[in-house]
Design a protein around this ligand. Structure first.
Ligand SMILES: [Mg+2]
Length: 271
């Protein structure tokens, strides 16, 4: 079932949680790659550069993926802002600031010089940072959210996501953020440019980002229950495939679940 040309994978809660790979995720990913299906990795996590994400996937799953197959909401934010702002004040990791600069968005630590405030998950967030951002917004800077995911799945449980920080700034400023990540247009445009020919399947753990992106684009959807969506909520959702985990994906696609075995067999026929 489903002759998909491209599979768009979410990462956190789908392929891994924290440092722990979802059991069977590596085999599932290998099976998809072995079937020559185009893979795109679309994450609302703006805290890492694409090459850092590729390194994380390799470290956790032992699968090598190309950095240019990874789309982050930081990249979407850079594309959204390039050419329209002079300098952005960043609440987020150093990698978010680097990604913005790469995308042509100058950054500043001077709130009085910022005409945009760009927000991602910042594990070192301080009150002073919220204060500087609020003052910049009051002086006319745009409030731009890489994403508004309320939580972030970790081995310890769900911790505050970028959306929780954005909410603090929206509350303080009375300004609604421009949101770049899934399921919003900047991210949809960035992902759409990486697709191969044929039908698209998006695999995710969050309904209001991953699944809603698929719905907005007319793509097929697969919801996994290894992340933020509890099974009772998942069961009530209208999705094309409801999977306990991404490990069930090869069966849904009619693929060999152990491509390693297939490779070994093929290798014996090489001259
Ligand atoms: Mg996720």
């Amino acid at each position: 079932m489903g002759n998909y040309g491209t599979i768009v994978f979410d990462l956190d809660g789908v392929l891994y949680v924290g440092d722990r790979a979802i059991p069977g995720a590596a085999a599932a990913l290998r099976a998809v790659i072995a079937a020559s299906i185009t893979t795109v990795f679309a994450t609302n996590n703006a805290s890492r550069l694409p090459e850092e994400v590729a390194t994380a996937i390799a470290g956790k799953l032992g699968v090598t993926v190309a950095a240019d197959s990874i789309i982050t909401s930081a990249m979407a934010a850079a594309e959204h802002l390039a050419g329209s702002v002079a300098a952005a004040l960043v609440i987020g990791t150093p990698s978010l600031a680097i990604e913005l600069e790469r995308g042509g968005v100058a950054t500043t630590v001077r709130a009085d010089r910022a005409d945009a405030v760009v927000v991602g998950l910042d594990p070192t967030l301080t009150y002073d940072a919220l204060k500087a951002a609020t003052l910049a917004i009051a002086a006319g800077a745009r409030l731009v959210a890489t994403n508004v995911d309320p939580t972030y799945p970790t081995a310890e449980g769900l911790i505050p996501g970028a959306g929780a920080i954005v909410a603090a700034l929206e509350r303080a400023s009375g300004v609604a953020a421009e949101v770049c990540g899934k399921p919003n247009r900047p991210m949809l445009d960035a992902v759409s440019r990486r697709l191969g020919p044929g039908p698209v399947l998006v695999v995710g753990d969050r309904i209001d980002t991953d699944i809603d992106m698929g719905r907005a684009m007319g793509w097929s959807t697969a919801l996994v229950m290894t992340g933020v969506t509890p099974p009772e909520r998942a069961a009530a959702e209208d999705v094309d495939h409801l999977l306990e985990s991404v490990a069930d994906l090869p069966a849904v696609l009619g693929l060999d679940a152990e491509p390693g075995a297939a490779h070994a067999e093929r290798a014996t026929h090489l001259p």
